[in-house]
Design a binder for this molecule. Structure first.
Ligand code: BES
Ligand code: MN
Ligand code: ZN
Length: 498
């Protein structure tokens, strides 16, 4: 959909030609197009358009000439240029194009900005592609007029073509990774089941260099994975532990990514209130991010890092054989857990996945993503994911990757003092503490299963969906984490090879 343009802007005869402009103090807005510069300056003197961040000005050519049907000026503001600004600008452009049903666009990259051309192309591309996303496959009765348009092609016009080409390539992969994660999350719980994760994993294995193993109920029993089996026991859908491996070299470091794949969380016997329960179909967003990132690995084939993804997938329902409060289960590896609350199920399935993944693959680093606690939403709201870790260096790496991706996270403490809250009288640990520090005690629980391996846990309960909207993020699932993982894997690649 996105490509570098061979044409000059003047030669573009499509639906909309877009110029990005900086806000200027002297009301002179410049985009290297004489007519537009004049219109923009008039608009500026009327205070209709100043080039402020996210501002748009739609302009029509005087006569129906050969050129573009419409022009759009988009403001870049006057603050420091950042990757996120270009991503948001891309989203603004896509959103605008969809609204007016412009299908063929050309976006002119501004010249002479103090910002790397490849990164500008990368982030604009990301924003354009992510911003063009919509999930409407289940809407059958929409009036054609009210339907948002579909963008068919976007050309980027830029002078430094080689740099821009690289940027576009990266941007497309990252954006499509986010979109794959959104697509999975948008599917309702009756469609996207644990088996769907398994199917997705198997499909990934068709790519050279990737393989997939799915552990079913029988294997889980043999391996004594009492966490996922326990959570699954109230559900009619079989569980799946989906393992996707990408191996380049036994000498290269191994990154293990684990994602919570709870395809619907009713709470189980400790059932949730019905208000808002439908949102618990999004309780698989961590798993979606991890498998989407694996798809990016299949496309980019990093040379300096082995990557393994594990998604423990099940529903949490109160069927007749469901786990009950007070039950004691045994996680893979032998630790026993008193289940005080069946709604704290994410940590039970993650415990199996983490313990099994670390034992089997001996990774150098582990990152898990999970919509794990309501407490993290109370603490951080919807704009930062909670990060908890046993390793400062890995923390720094993950925070930096999230920063590059526009998916920030904030570290919370995880000292040994929190472990007291999950001490049990009847088992090794229990699955909930008291109400205080809920995001931290959840992480303290997971910490029991990672040993000395450097590990980062991202609690994405607040960032995976809802109130996370921005120009390139729609209502509904955001695809959070997927692009952070892409960045993380890329950062590994660059430190490993250079
Ligand atoms: N999936 C939920 C966490 C969640 C809450 C995600 C809100 C997104 C939005 C998780 O399984 C859960 O139910 N956690 C409980 C834990 C509690 C019982 C200790 C919670 O946070 O209420
Ligand atoms: Mn729950
Ligand atoms: Zn859950």
């Amino acid at each position: 959909m996105i490509k570098l343009s061979a044409k000059k802007p003047e030669q573009f005869a499509g639906d909309m030609l877009v110029y990005c402009v900086r806000q200027s103090k002297n009301k002179k807005i410049s985009c290297n197009n004489r007519i537009l510069d004049r219109v923009a300056s008039t608009a500026a003197s009327l205070k209709d358009f100043s080039g402020a961040e996210g501002e748009t000005l739609l302009v029509y050519p005087e006569k129906k000439e050969k050129g573009a049907k419409r022009f759009l000026l988009v403001g870049l503001g006057k603050e420091e240029l950042t990757r996120e600004l270009f991503r948001k600008t891309g989203g603004t452009i896509s959103g605008f194009a969809r609204k007016i049903k412009a299908a063929d666009l050309m976006v002119v990259l501004p010249e002479e900005l103090e910002f790397s051309v490849s990164e500008m192309a990368e982030c604009l591309t990301e924003g354009l592609v992510l911003g063009a996303y919509g999930f409407r496959k289940y809407i059958t009765d929409e009036e054609p007029d009210k339907k948002p348009g579909q963008i068919k092609s976007i050309q980027l016009s830029v002078r430094e073509t080689d740099q821009a080409k690289q940027g576009i390539k990266k941007g497309v992969v990252a954006a499509e990774t986010g979109i794959i994660a959104r697509d999975m999350a948008n599917e309702p719980g009756n469609v996207w089941t644990p088996t769907s994760f398994a199917r997705f994993g198997k499909k990934l294995a068709a790519h050279p260099g990737l393989s997939c193993t799915v552990l079913g109920k029988a294997e889980m029993k043999r391996l004594k994975m009492g966490g996922i089996l326990g959570v699954n026991s109230g559900s009619a859908q079989p569980p799946a532990m989906v393992i996707v491996e990408y191996r380049v070299s036994p000498k290269a470091p191994t990154l293990l990514m684990v994602g919570k794949g709870l395809t619907f969380d009713s709470g189980g016997i400790s059932i949730k209130p019905s208000n808002g329960m439908e949102e618990m179909k999004y309780d698989m967003c961590g798993g979606a991010a991890v498998l989407a990132a694996m798809q990016a690995v299949a496309r980019e084939k990093p040379k300096g890092v082995n990557v393994v993804a594990i998604v423990p997938a099940t529903e949490n329902l109160p069927g007749e054989a469901a786990l009950k409060p007070g039950d004691i289960i045994t996680i893979y590896g032998g630790k026993t857990v008193e289940v005080v609350n069946t709604d704290a199920e994410g940590r039970l399935i993650l415990a199996d996945a983490l313990a099994y993944g670390i034992k089997t693959f001996k990774p150098d680093a582990v990152v898990d993503l999970a919509t794990l606690t309501g407490a993290v939403v109370v603490g951080l709201g919807h704009h930062y994911s909670g990060l908890l870790s046993n390793d400062d260096a890995l923390t720094e790496k993950v925070i930096a990757s999230g920063e590059r991706a526009g998916e920030p996270s904030w570290r919370l403490p995880l000292g040994p003092e929190y472990r007291k809250q999950i001490k049990s009288e009847v088992a090794d640990i229990k699955n909930v503490g008291d109400r205080s520090g809920g995001a931290i005690t959840a992480a303290a629980f997971l910490k029991e299963f990672v040993g000395e391996t450097p590990w980062v846990h991202l609690d994405i309960a607040g960032t995976a969906y809802g109130f996370t909207e921005k120009s390139y993020i729609p209502k509904g699932p955001s695809g959070i984490g997927a692009r952070t993982l892409v960045e993380l894997i890329r950062s590994w690649e660059s430190t490993a090879t250079g």
